[in-house]
Design a protein around this ligand. Structure first.
Ligand code: HEM
Length: 220
């Protein structure tokens, strides 16, 4: 790949399988969030009457728990790369984090070069892994532990469950903010992003890509 970005070249950010897995993750999470709110928040509790929301919450939970299994089944290298990247930070990442306020305001020019994920995305994704594990474990305890745990045990599980969901919701708000500030949706919906954009935000990653299709396509 040449070092100068062409306005007509596009880079493959996400292939079809990771995009479908992300759609499953996003839709199951939003199902859990919305149905969970009706179960927890009294102004919305009339919506939970009849038990439909509780059943939908369980369906959302099963789909949410299936996400890592499906990802490993359909695209093991991408799933492993996501996990590895989320928990490994180099010197450029730490310098990048020191200048995160500029990135927050929509300026990534002059920031240290980043790999496939920038340091902020790494932190976000690591948070998603940790707090997803936490909602899954505490949720399973509440779902199946009713006969085994006393009221205090179930109350602790509920607190962990609700706090983890709150943290994931805050992370989601940040995730959506950066998605729209950096116009990143195309990479997750269509797969390709302009080469110039990819170089600006993920220079080390673009340099490491093969200089051929499907990684790089020329548009007329
Ligand atoms: C609901 C609306 C959502 C939108 C619009 C959205 C948007 C995006 C976009 C544009 C990317 C690609 C960013 C890039 O690297 O260029 C992405 C990646 C990602 N998002 Fe979301 N997202 C949403 C929901 C969620 C939720 C609910 C979670 C977690 C609970 C999540 C977790 C992730 C993760 C882990 C990745 C990295 C995927 C991978 O490398 O395979 N997203 N999202």
């Amino acid at each position: 790949m040449t070092t100068n970005a062409s306005p007509t070249r596009k880079v493959l950010r996400y292939s079809v399988k990771p995009r479908l897995v992300h759609a499953l993750l996003a839709s199951s999470f939003l199902t859990l969030l919305l149905t969970g709110l009706t179960l927890l928040w009294s102004p919305l509790s009339p919506l939970a009457a009849g038990g439909l929301m509780r059943h939908l919450h369980y369906v959302g939970a099963v789909l949410f728990m299936a996400v890592p299994i499906v990802y490993l089944m359909v695209d093991r290298p991408a799933a492993k790369e996501l996990l590895w990247d989320s928990f490994h930070y180099d010197r450029d990442d730490w310098t990048w984090l020191k200048h995160v306020y500029a990135y927050f305001l929509g300026h990534c020019e002059g920031m240290p070069p980043q790999g496939r994920l920038n340091a902020g995305q790494k932190l976000h994704h690591a948070g998603v892994v940790i707090f997803s594990a936490s909602i899954v474990i505490s949720g399973l305890v509440m779902w199946f532990g009713k006969g085994m745990l006393n009221a205090n045990g179930l109350a602790v599980a509920a607190i962990i469950h609700n706090l983890s969901m709150l943290i994931l919701t805050v992370l989601l708000i940040g995730h959506l903010y950066f998605t729209f500030v950096y116009d990143a949706l195309a990479g997750m919906v269509q797969g390709y992003i302009p080469e110039a954009e990819a170089r600006l935000e993920h220079a080390k990653w673009v340099e490491s890509l093969p200089q051929k299709e499907p990684w790089l396509v020329e548009e007329n």
